[in-house]
Design a protein around this ligand. Structure first.
Ligand code: GLY
Length: 572
């Protein structure tokens, strides 16, 4: 008996000593933000290029909040990730404060005042190939600089100049280019030469090599204007003059007045629930938020967890939901300032479930038999997303773009930055697919001052009223389905955030009627079963580059950086 008591006592004593030993270590680690296998307590940045992630992390460490870090990352990506990082494009921000307040910022480009519905049609009413893509007329009025100024004005803590300076340093001193960036720059040498006569930006005889230093002095000077004058440093003064001169040199439409009239807009986030998780996401003019919520609602009542990741039944259900959601997108989604988007109707549970009612396990529903629903535009792969959280728990989810890879590939002479070709995201002609296969109609027709429809889906998720996930991706029309799959990979298939980001993806967008798959996304048995039910399957290259952060139940942050790119997660 005495012996047993002693054993029991020594066990308690042992546990107490372990507690005394580990708890202070945990507290010290938490205070110092010591990296413990990729888990961080104080903040995290996940974005498309390592130098830009470093810039964001430095800002967080200096006491900046998530919005400060986001502003610094946007400008740093404009230097280090010219494929899609930008000051000549636009984007969307979803924000959630440490206290749970949410907001979104729409800094999407707008059609210039000189734009018109038929501007890309010839005399016979046919779409003129390439005109909405690689000409001066392809650019919408850029929104990124105004967006960053506005985000900083409302939520920023550190000085504006301190957030722009790191990008100036990267542009002026140069940075080491990765193998992927070298390859991407080499791939566009011919169009760069053709579209930028007399300009030398990014052109290199003999080609770029990994590890070389890319210096952008003109861009550094432009960023200095933005650092010193804020909004006026881009929409007025020397940079605006350079942009308008560039437009005039190629019959472009953007005028001084267009620049001065550009303003980003705060919009109420749209929210929905999935199995107790609250989804906070982007409203129109992105189609992304509505489509994501429709997809989640469409699959919620089915036992995905039991069926398993990318198994036959899982794929069939998701494909049938996607087919219907993308059909709706083609008809009902556009800029809410110009077209009454029926948000509430599209998200009504009864409507979503009625849309799924003709889904049959016997055979695939042909897309030809699916029309947009009724009740009482495929964009570029080349966008970029970043997710940031700070030590207080504020979170930012931003997707930003020039549309195509390196936008229109036209530089503003003397200013050193690339112009977007976002006008291609409008519907040039009803029913005619744009370069990425998306069709649209009246809701997304071209009008002066209107924002073109997007698929960008920056999203933040709460669990039990607390921050749970920050997620988003580039990928044009595949953005919505990649964000959707990442979410269900975590919630349904219990994948870690890194696994969920790395996992192979598939995509269906109503038209064309085919399941697009990354190599290895579906095993051969699943492929055979799907084909036997009438599903067409086509392989394609990588789908999306998701950058996400998860807050674990233990209170630390874990990142998921997409291995498909140079995406990098850094925390402290
Ligand atoms: N240009 C890509 C998107 O906005 O969806």
């Amino acid at each position: 008996m005495i012996h047993r008591l002693n054993t029991k006592k020594s066990r308690y004593l042992g546990l107490f000593l372990i507690f005394l030993f580990f708890v202070p270590i945990g507290c010290v680690q938490k205070r110092l933000g010591i990296n413990n296998s990729g888990q961080y307590y104080n903040g995290m940045v996940v974005c498309a290029y390592p130098d830009a992630s470093q810039v964001g992390l430095d800002i967080l460490k200096k006491g900046g909040n998530a919005v400060d870090a986001a502003v610094a990352v946007q400008f740093a990506l404009a230097v280090t990730f010219p494929e899609a990082g930008n000051i000549g494009g636009g984007g969307f921000m979803v924000y959630r404060s440490k206290t749970g307040e949410s907001n979104t910022l729409d800094y999407r480009e707008k059609g210039p005042a000189g734009a018109s519905a038929n501007m890309y049609l010839d005399a016979n009413g046919n779409v003129i190939p390439d005109m909405s893509l690689h000409t001066h007329q392809a650019s919408g009025v850029p929104g990124s600089v105004d967006g960053m100024v506005e985000a900083h004005r409302k939520y920023g803590k550190l000085k504006w100049a301190d957030l722009v300076q790191p990008a100036i340093d990267l542009a002026r001193n140069g940075f080491k280019i990765s193998k992927k960036l070298a390859g991407n720059l080499n791939d566009i040498q011919q169009p760069l030469k053709k579209l930028n006569p007399g300009k030398s930006y990014f052109i290199k005889e003999g080609g770029w090599k990994e590890g070389e230093i890319l210096v952008q002095e003109d861009l550094a000077k432009t960023l200095e204007q933005i650092r010193d004058k804020g909004r006026a440093g881009f929409y007025d003064g020397i940079v605006a003059d350079q942009l308008v001169a560039e437009m005039k040199s190629g019959n472009g439409l953007i005028t001084k007045a267009d620049l001065q009239n550009y303003h980003s807009v705060w919009r109420k986030a749209i929210t929905g629930n999935y199995k107790g998780y609250k989804i906070i996401t982007m409203p129109p003019p992105s189609s992304g938020g509505i489509a994501l919520l429709q997809l989640l609602q469409s699959v919620e009542k089915y036992p995905l967890k039991r069926w398993g990741y990318n198994q036959d039944s899982t794929v069939r259900l998701i494909v049938e939901a996607e087919r219907r959601v993308y059909a709706d997108r083609s008809k009902y989604l556009g800029d809410p300032d110009f077209y009454k988007v029926p948000v509430d109707s599209l998200l009504k549970p009864a409507y979503v479930s009625a849309r799924m009612s003709n889904f049959s396990w016997d055979a695939a529903t042909p897309s030809a038999s699916i029309q947009p629903g009724s009740f009482v535009g495929y964009e570029s792969d080349q966008t970029t997303h970043y997710s940031i959280v700070d030590r207080d728990g504020n979170a930012v989810s931003i997707t930003t773009t020039l549309n195509d890879w390196f936008g229109s590939k036209i530089f503003v002479k003397g200013a050193g930055f690339l112009l977007n070709n976002e006008m291609d995201d409008f519907s040039s002609k009803p029913g005619v697919p744009n370069m990425y296969g998306m069709v649209g109609g009246k809701a997304n027709s071209i009008q002066p001052g209107k924002r073109m429809l997007s698929s960008m889906t920056p999203t933040i998720i709460e669990k039990d009223g607390k921050l749970f996930m920050v997620v988003g991706t580039p990928g044009g029309s595949t953005i919505i389905t990649s964000v959707f799959q990442t979410i269900i990979n975590v919630i349904e298939f219990d994948q870690s955030i890194q696994q969920a980001v790395t996992s192979k993806r598939f995509h269906h967008q109503w038209l064309p009627d085919a399941i697009m798959t990354e190599t290895g996304a579906l095993d051969s048995t699943t492929v055979t079963k799907l084909q036997s039910k009438g599903y067409k399957i086509t392989g394609r290259g990588p789908i999306g580059r998701v950058d996400a952060i998860l807050k674990t139940q233990w209170g630390y942050y874990e990142g998921g950086a997409d291995p498909r790119g140079d995406d990098t997660k850094l925390g402290y």
